[in-house]
Design a protein around this ligand. Structure first.
Ligand code: ASP
Length: 591
């Protein structure tokens, strides 16, 4: 069999190889019979080469060729020759040549496939995941995983050249809070004790700063036990970074350089830096979200003045009670039917609005919907909103946050519905000046908006406890095309300040001591000022690959309910294992 081990790959052969004898190994991608001549597209990771079995070949060769089916793994030996003119394919690197087969061996056979390798309909997703190794043979998945490899390599290349060390932190840790539930691992040797899987290497990277490794990075697996919603995975990968003696500007410089390098290496594209910056409050005000998609320009406008001056009692009251009325002009949507407006209203309601008011703009002024309350102000409203005849004005009144968020969601829907999004663009933006705390209405307490190790901005240091809601943090997010790509912050390195934050978010000192005592202890020994960030690798590759879900860029992802149909994980364990771990199962309650 030695003579049937490949001498070239299926992506190699070109006109310069004409007349040479080669051996190729690969899979039967497609085959067709043209009047007794058999054409096989042979595929491997590198490409596809057309191989041909002529009808005058030896009987044994013809017999083996007749047995071939989709995805058989085979070896062929043959001569590289020109393709007939009408079969030349300039789109393919190997499109000028073919291999005339002189020997053919079936290395292994394939059963009838459960689905065609390139079949990607949503209905087939669980099947694709069950046979992921087949799905991964498809051209798109091969491309995506190659891209992922390029991005990871470029990230390492850039950061190492900037003087970063790649350092691994443990997978079995004491829990690190990132706002999700921990996955727990029971400890057999210490009954009743548990390891947690890291939600991120946050505390460890801060300890590496205390240890003096002033530029650290790691492609880190992060585990978060969250409800399976949207595009979440129980585990994801971050390009985790931390630096000492830096300001926010230094972190931004490194990340902008990193993104430039990755885009250049993986896509051959020049990214313009520095990236735009928008304060959190402005982002909420203009786009109704802290992850704005800037590939289209629609912005929300304030409508409090016209609302206060109108006779529309609902809106008037909202303004009186310190709420907000926000407006969005949907360009050219004046012809929208009631049903189409109701669809937009549904979106607004999903994000907490009680309703969506509307007005049509015509040559004569304002018409329909709630226009009758605004007749006197029609000219000034049209001017204020820069609306044109044929436009549709959409209005939400509520608390400022709900009004902005709900209309922001309508903005996103319109961007997609109206085809306003410039799909080929990558629009990066830093969101800065986030609030440090968020009010948790369910538990009646303040929560950290990012995590509790983030630094408040200096001007708030004296008033932290007095008005936590007004405190802005030294926190930042990197957003691209409406996707949150990274979060980070300058960290607290003063144990006293850290204790104040613990107390504001309702962590008693005893509890803080139990959970993060080791960090507070480390901070007693000359911790350097430090800060960091962690771009999500999966999301970054998803954007570069122009995919809609991170499942398309992860080799073996879980499905939308957090399970793996391929190896049937998570799965029950036997009694013996549970006993060893000192665990007893409580059967779930029946509804
Ligand atoms: N550990 C944070 C996260 O996973 C990122 C950071 O602050 O560096 O979101």
């Amino acid at each position: 069999m030695k003579e049937m081990i490949r001498t070239a790959t299926c992506g190699d052969l070109q006109e310069k190889h004409l007349g040479t004898e080669v051996v190729l190994n690969g899979w039967v991608h497609r085959q067709r019979d043209h009047g007794g001549i058999k054409f096989i597209d042979l595929r491997d990771r590198y490409g596809i080469t057309q191989v041909v079995v002529e009808p005058d070949s030896a009987a044994a060769l013809l017999k083996t060729a007749a047995e071939l089916r989709f995805e058989y793994c085979i070896a062929v030996k043959g001569l590289v020759r020109n393709r007939p003119k009408e079969m030349v394919n300039p789109q393919m690197p190997t499109g000028a040549i073919e291999v005339k087969v002189t020997d053919l061996v079936i290395l292994s056979r394939s059963q009838v496939l459960p689905f065609m390798i390139e079949e990607k309909t949503p209905a087939k997703e669980d099947l694709r995941l069950k046979y992921r190794y087949l799905d991964l043979r498809s051209l798109s998945m091969q491309k995506n995983l190659f891209l992922r490899h390029q991005v990871a390599f470029a990230a390492r290349e850039y950061l190492v050249n900037q003087g970063f060390y790649e350092i691994e932190t443990p997978t079995f840790i004491k829990s690190t809070p990132e706002g999700a539930r921990d996955f727990l691992v029971p400890c057999r040797l210490l009954p009743g004790k548990f390891y947690a899987l890291p939600q991120s290497p946050q505390l460890y990277k801060q300890l590496l700063m205390v240890a003096g490794f002033d530029k650290y990075f790691q492609l880190a697996h992060c585990f978060r036990d969250e409800d399976a919603r949207g595009d979440r995975q129980p585990e994801h990968t971050q390009i985790d970074m931390e630096m000492s003696f830096v300001s926010r500007e230094d972190v931004f410089n490194v990340v902008e350089g990193l993104m430039r390098h990755i885009f250049k290496k993986a896509l051959g594209r020049e990214l313009e830096v520095p990236f735009e910056r928008i304060a959190y409050d402005t982002a909420m005000d203009l786009y109704g979200t802290d992850k704005p998609d800037l590939r289209f320009e629609l912005t929300l406008k304030d409508f409090n003045n016209p609302a206060a001056q109108s006779d529309f009692q609902v809106f008037k009251k909202i303004v009186e009670q310190n709420g907000a009325v926000k407006a969005l002009v949907a360009p050219g949507c004046g012809h929208y039917s009631r049903k189409m407006i109701e669809d937009l209203e549904e979106t607004a309601k999903t994000y907490g609005a009680k309703g969506l008011a509307w007005i049509k703009v015509t040559e004569q002024g304002l018409e329909g919907g709630v226009s009758k309350f605004f007749t006197e102000q029609s000219r000034s409203i049209i001017k204020h909103l820069s609306a044109k005849p044929g436009d549709l004005i959409l209005l939400v009144g509520d608390t400022r946050k709900t009004a902005c968020t709900a209309l922001g969601a309508v903005r996103s829907k319109l961007g997609a519905d109206l085809g306003l999004i410039k799909k080929h663009e990558f629009k990066f933006v830093w969101i800065i000046d986030f609030p440090l705390f968020e009010w948790n209405a369910e538990e009646n307490k303040w929560d950290p908006a990012h995590h509790m190790f983030s630094m408040p901005q200096e001007q708030y240091l004296d008033s932290l406890e007095k008005d936590p809601g007004s405190v802005k943090g030294d926190l930042y997010d990197l957003v691209c095309n409406g996707v949150e790509l990274a979060s980070g912050s300058i960290r607290i390195h003063d144990p006293e300040l850290q204790k104040r934050i613990f107390s504001i978010v309702g962590f008693s000192l005893e509890e803080a001591e139990i959970r993060f005592g080791f960090l507070l202890e480390a901070f007693k020994y000359g911790p350097p000022p430090h800060g960091g960030i962690a771009p999500g690798l999966d999301r970054l590759v998803m954007l570069l690959a122009r995919e809609d879900t991170i499942r398309e860029v992860i080799a073996f992802p879980k499905n939308t309910v957090g399970a793996s149909p391929m190896d049937d994980c998570p799965s029950p364990v036997n009694q013996e294992q549970l006993k060893e771990l000192h665990l007893k199962l409580i059967p779930p309650k029946e509804d």
